[in-house]
Design a protein around this ligand. Structure first.
Ligand code: CP
Length: 316
């Protein structure tokens, strides 16, 4: 199968709507890049002559850096736009900014924006490929793909696993993308959170809902913790950090409810002592948080490769 046919889309805006075969194909290609990245010979020419621009309207360490590394390893020219030093600071709109970059014959725009739907809006106005680096509380597709790759490499499969996604589900684009991906790939998904940090009618997302960590974690294969997103909270969603950690922070005692070989994941950045015990986060017997970061580069290389291979195709 050619790179174009494994992922027949112009953009990667979300996981929702992707077919299981498309997700599997992206994970297979990412797997190859994991091996390549671990070798001494990891500089390639696949994207020579292509230009990737990282356009991030929100802070990022992992996503922006790994897209930069991914593009450079594939031989692309990569530009990180400093939004605060750009004409956005003079009032230029998102769409005008995107159209300006598009006029320079850019091949891929990787965009992060605080508003849900903003990346899709932008993708309708440009003819380059657009990758969603996270939009509001909507989707963060490459995070879900790297999480799936981490799980698949450790457990050998995704189908039939039980995954508990715990914490601030309400504000989490990571949770939404993971729920879509895991449901599509045949895993059982639970969400565990206080009522204030769950979207209304969360069951409609195709998950089982729990408000108690020990019940929610009972016999799960994967415990995926979420960051408490203070920056998206207007008003009080949790009584206090201390109380939140007591009831919903992951520690060894609560983890004991999960399977003995359950893996701990966190997309980062972590609030140590808020949603996860610091020692547990660093426990290499249980935590795969560092591995998730490694997988991020491989997944983003795969995404850049398939989308640039599609540039001349018409998928509309
Ligand atoms: N997980 C994640 O998106 O991290 P960054 O905000 O550092 O990119």
């Amino acid at each position: 199968m050619t790179r174009e046919t494994i992922f027949p889309h112009r953009h990667l805006l979300g996981i929702q709507g992707l077919a299981p075969t498309e997700i599997s194909a992206l994970l297979d290609l990412s797997d190859d890049y994991v091996d390549k990245n671990r070798s001494a010979d990891r500089k390639m020419t696949t994207l020579r002559g292509k230009t990737v621009i990282n356009l991030f309207f929100e802070n990022s360490t992992r996503t922006r850096t790994s897209f930069e590394l991914a593009g450079k390893r594939l031989g692309a020219d990569v530009i990180n736009m400093q939004v605060s030093a750009s004409s956005v600071a003079k009032g230029e709109t998102l769409i005008d900014t995107a159209m300006t970059l598009n006029a320079m014959h850019v091949d891929v725009l990787v965009v992060r924006h605080p508003d849900s739907g903003a990346v899709k809006l932008l993708s309708d106005k440009v003819n380059c490929a657009v990758i969603n680096g996270g939009d509001g509380s909507h989707e963060h597709p490459t995070q879900a793909l790297l999480d799936a790759l981490t799980i698949r490499r450790r457990k050998g499969h995704l189908d039939g696993l039980t995954v508990a996604i715990c914490g601030d589900v309400l504000h989490s684009r990571v949770a939404r993308s993971n729920i879509h991906l895991l449901n599509t790939m045949g895993a059982q998904v639970r969400v565990v959170a206080p009522r204030t940090l769950l979207p209304s009618q969360a069951e409609r997302l195709g998950v089982e809902v729990f408000h108690d960590m020990r019940r929610g974690l009972a016999d799960v294969d994967i415990v995926m913790m979420l960051r408490v997103q203070h920056e998206r909270m207007l008003g009080s969603f949790i009584p206090s950090i201390r109380e939140y950690f007591h009831f919903f922070g992951l520690d060894y005692e609560k983890l004991a409810a999960a399977k003995p070989d359950a893996l701990i994941m966190h997309p980062g950045p972590m609030n140590r002592g808020v949603e996860i015990d610091s020692d547990l986060a660093d426990d290499v017997e249980r935590s795969v948080i560092r591995e998730q970061v490694e997988m991020g580069v491989a997944v983003r290389m795969a995404c850049l490769e398939v989308l640039t291979a599609n540039l001349q195709k018409d998928f509309r």
